[in-house]
Write a protein that binds this ligand. Structure first.
Ligand SMILES: [Mg+2]
Length: 159
């Protein structure tokens, strides 16, 4: 089975650490579409030509859904639209993906995410988690012992 790599957006590909982010993210129109991208995003876009890169991002509402699609058109135009999933905050990403694609997540399915809770849920479904390490990555839940990614260009080692 071909590898599938699922990518989180905020804090993983998109720079979420902007002023007053938590007060703005669920109200401000255009908030997500205006976030910057981490260095190496163009390499991710190049890898997306292989068609085994997917996006799974949690969003607070329909306006944010639209803004995330604008961000993706800007920075990752090579991602197939069928490979993009926007869910709601707090949902289990592994369950959402299994149900949407009617697949069983296994060790050929990777999730790159900055949030350890998502990675733990993904691995409990049978997938492999890759912790996105940035200066602002959340490490509050528990120290991550698994795979890590410090620079987006290193994604080539996983595809
Ligand atoms: Mg994130």
């Amino acid at each position: 089975m071909k590898k599938k790599i699922f990518l989180d957006l905020d804090g993983t590909l998109a720079k979420f650490n902007v002023p007053n982010a938590l007060e703005r993210f669920d109200k401000e129109e255009g908030f997500f579409s205006k976030l910057g991208a981490y260095k190496g995003i163009e390499i991710v876009n190049e890898l997306a030509k292989n068609n085994n890169l997917f996006v799974i991002s949690a969003s607070p509402n329909e306006q944010a859904d639209k803004d995330k699609m604008i961000w993706l058109e800007k920075f990752l135009p090579n991602i197939n639209i069928n490979n993009i999933t926007i869910c709601r905050i707090g949902e289990n990403k592994a369950k959402i993906i299994q149900d949407k694609y009617n697949i069983v997540i296994n060790d050929n399915c990777y999730l790159l995410d900055d949030y350890t809770k998502n990675l733990n849920e993904w691995e409990s479904f049978g997938g492999k988690g890759i912790k996105r390490i940035t200066s602002v990555a959340d490490n509050s839940t528990k120290k991550w012992q698994g795979l890590e990614l410090k620079q987006l260009k290193d994604l080539v080692n996983f595809v």
